[in-house]
Design a protein around this ligand. Structure first.
Ligand code: GLY
Ligand code: MN
Ligand code: MN
Length: 407
């Protein structure tokens, strides 16, 4: 029922004669005839719950149809079972199921003269083909109303996101206990690979396992260097469970003990992150966590002499403090309304992830060279405040050192 209810809610925000046409992702080839594991398009899955490739839903107030692959015993030997046309109507609660191979002839028959067609083409051959079929209609975008719905998570989505957060939390804890100097970054990554796969999940994004100065490369994904005694390691890794993401960053010392300079930078980031999380509740501007984090980091770096009073922070902190989280790791939904920062509402989930990245630079005290720190948690906005979905994962210096040095 959940998908039908979402369809109804979406239609209630559209024109009277709205006709939604929505397709899923194409299969992606990795090389030769080998494909990546299939991942449905988030918008499509949110509205239909159907997770096979080559599918197009057509939804109006009076009709719900799906174009999909029919059964093919020969192909199913290779690729696995398909739902097929005969089962689709009952399983997906359709009025009619069509063979995807007939879309060229059949799609226009589902469109009335007075239909207002909503369709957002993805950059893929299949959607280009649908765009061509719709050439004579005026097309409207679904994005704004649909993404506004996806931004506010319901109970079942929150439960799934909590599960994703819990799986990732355990992986980060295992990594803190597993690391030793001399290990390769990718060996440490294997803790996450194993934990995610064991729990029927996968990486929600390419993980970052960055020792020492690699942590100052914001999108470092090579993960192939040796972890050095005395360095920190930054891990930004989160799983996707049932198509919902988690997104966590922790930083800890490769040898289990922070040095004093590492401690001072880490504590500034942690103070900034805790204060930024603390402000989150309905009615507060979504820009507030960034404002608070920047003020604390600015003051902290000035007090260490790394920034002159009033010197721009962007040298050491050059990214935002968070983003929406949901089916996509950088989830849909706007951050502004009428050019004003919007306000937090119950059911939104946002990451809070301030950082400080100090590249080697002749002008700064060398004890701070090559320290890269980010601390990231996933925060649900509740009726009266917030709930940190990843709140079970330790992050104070004392707690990290205690866990890493436990026998
Ligand atoms: N892991 C992606 C991000 O933190 O935005
Ligand atoms: Mn993030
Ligand atoms: Mn992240």
């Amino acid at each position: 029922m959940i998908h039908q209810n979402r369809q109804k809610e979406l239609l209630s925000k559209l024109d009277d004669n709205a006709l939604i046409i929505i397709s899923t992702n194409p299969e992606q080839f990795r090389n030769g005839d080998v494909t990546f594991a299939f991942r449905p398009h988030s918008d499509f899955f949110y509205l239909t719950g159907f997770d096979e490739p080559e599918a197009v839903a057509v939804i109006s107030r009076s009709h719900y149809a799906m174009f999909l692959r029919d059964k093919d015993p020969a192909r199913e030997i290779w690729d696995g079972e398909r739902l097929g046309l005969e089962n689709a109507s009952a399983a997906l609660k359709l009025n009619k199921a069509f063979d995807i191979k007939t879309i060229n002839n059949q799609l226009s028959q589902l469109i009335n003269n007075n239909s207002v067609v909503y369709f957002d083409a993805k950059p893929c051959d299949f959607d280009t083909q649908i765009t061509n079929l719709l050439a004579k209609y005026t097309i409207k975008s679904l994005k704004e109303p649909l993404h506004e719905m996806r931004l506010i998570k319901d109970e079942s989505e929150i439960k799934t996101m909590q599960k994703a957060a819990d799986i990732s939390t355990i992986a980060h804890q295992h990594a803190m206990q597993y690391v030793t100097p001399g290990m390769l970054e990718c060996e440490l990554q294997s803790v996450f690979d194993a934990q995610f796969v064991k729990n029927k999940s996968e990486h929600a994004y390419t993980p970052i396992v960055a020792g020492g100065k690699n942590a100052c490369i914001l999108h470092y994904i090579k993960n192939n260097q040796v972890l050095i005694d005395g360095d920190l390691v930054l891990i930004d890794a989160g799983c996707e469970f049932d198509n919902y993401a988690s997104d966590i960053t922790r930083v800890f010392p490769v040898n289990g003990r922070f040095s004093d300079p590492q401690k001072s930078i880490y504590q500034i980031v942690l103070d900034a992150q805790l204060a930024a999380i603390e402000c989150i509740k309905p009615g507060v501007s979504v820009h507030e966590p960034h404002k608070i984090a920047c003020a604390i980091i600015q003051q902290g770096l000035e007090s260490l002499g790394l920034l002159a009073p009033g010197e721009p922070l962007s040298k050491f902190y050059m990214h935002g403090t968070g983003h929406w989280l949901g089916m996509d790791v950088h989830d849909v939904g706007t951050y502004q309304h009428n050019k004003q920062h919007r306000l937090f509402e119950k059911g939104m989930v946002i990451t809070v992830e301030p950082g400080i990245y100090i590249r080697k630079d002749d002008k700064i005290n060398p004890i701070y060279n090559d320290i890269g720190i980010r601390i990231e948690d996933d925060v649900l906005v509740t009726e009266t405040g917030h709930n940190v979905l990843t709140g079970n994962l330790i992050k104070t210096i004392n707690d990290i050192e205690a866990l890493m040095n436990k026998n």
